[in-house]
Design a protein around this ligand. Structure first.
Ligand code: GLN
Length: 309
């Protein structure tokens, strides 16, 4: 049996001189203020054991990792009908690309690029006022992690509302193709709030544990989705979870994962554990630089890659 705490400690020790690498996201002014010299890693195994190292208890802005939770809600609501609104192929483009959306006539390539996530949010909003949709997501994440202290950072949401011109362009574009049912301002309001969810590595790993455990959270006993749906969400994370860095992440880490520009990465070792890494400095495609390195080390030292050990 691998001593997981020793593995985490050794990763932290080896990476310590590199903490601060990469560049924090500055297109959202509130994120530009985050101290880059932070690193956290948390692993929660399917038998309910929690392993932490570094700043695993510091809340950060989960940003695009929230797209996994919204996707889960949307699939619960409309099932496979979701795929009329959004595709399932890797984009090979930046997360906020506009060109591809025009080319594909307002149907985003997958649910994890921004356009796709905005369409997914629109689906979850059906029958709800925007405030209720945000409440539904917050309650869902708290239920998944069994932690009522999880909250939304309103300053981050406001900061992105004031500067989210590109997302506004994507949303308007989709609305023009009738792929948004709600007013653009409403959909973006919900989207910016979901991205502003603030969670620690440990909370994130716990919230996503159901994806490592055939759709049920073994810590709470809650059944969240069917095993088939969990498998499919993992497949989407593996192929699309890191935008135009998805191939590279699969090559180096070999786990389904989802990144966010807050510097977090959520990853799943199916049947074994869920993992959250965080370090605010990003690489060129907007994924956490050290987070990815830490996950590569973890996968190598545990043999958890889905492609074999
Ligand atoms: N809120 C961010 C945006 O829409 C999320 C992007 C990300 O985390 N990759 O730009």
């Amino acid at each position: 049996m691998t001593d997981l705490q020793a593995v985490l400690d050794s990763i932290h020790k080896e990476l310590a001189p590199r903490i601060g690498e990469g560049k924090v996201a500055d297109y959202i002014p509130e994120l530009a203020k985050v101290d880059p010299n932070q690193f956290g890693l948390s692993v929660v195994t399917v038998d309910g054991k929690v392993y932490n190292v570094g700043n695993a208890d510091v809340p950060f802005s989960i940003q695009s990792i929230s797209k996994v939770f919204m996707l889960t809600l949307a699939l619960g609501k409309v099932g496979e009908g979701l795929w009329k609104r959004v595709g399932r192929e890797p984009s090979g483009s930046a997360f906020n690309s506009i060109v591809q959306l025009e080319h594909e006539q307002g149907i985003p390539r997958n649910p994890f690029i921004n356009a796709g996530a905005i369409a997914v949010t629109d689906v979850v909003m059906a029958g709800h006022a925007p405030r209720e949709a945000i409440g539904e997501l917050l309650r869902f994440v708290r239920y998944l992690a069994d932690d009522e202290s999880i909250s939304i950072d309103d300053r981050v949401a406001k900061s992105e509302t004031q500067t989210g011109y590109r997302n506004a362009a994507l949303a308007n574009f989709m609305r023009s193709y009738r792929n948004l049912d709600h007013p653009v301002d409403y959909v973006l309001g919900v989207y910016f709030h979901q991205c502003a969810l603030s969670m620690t590595c440990e909370q994130l790993a716990k919230a996503g544990l159901f994806l490592a455990a055939r759709g049920s959270n073994p810590m709470t006993g809650h059944s969240v989705v069917s095993p088939k749906r969990a498998r499919r969400i993992n497949a989407l994370m593996l192929t699309c979870g890191h935008y135009d860095g998805s191939g590279d992440f699969a090559y180096h880490v070999g786990l389904p994962g989802k990144s966010g520009v807050g510097g977090g990465i959520f990853a799943v070792a199916p049947g074994i554990a869920s993992i959250a890494a965080w370090s605010p400095g990003l690489n060129k495609v907007g994924n956490s630089q050290l987070g990815a390195v830490a996950l590569e080390m973890l996968a190598a030292r545990t043999g958890w890659s889905v492609f074999g050990d």
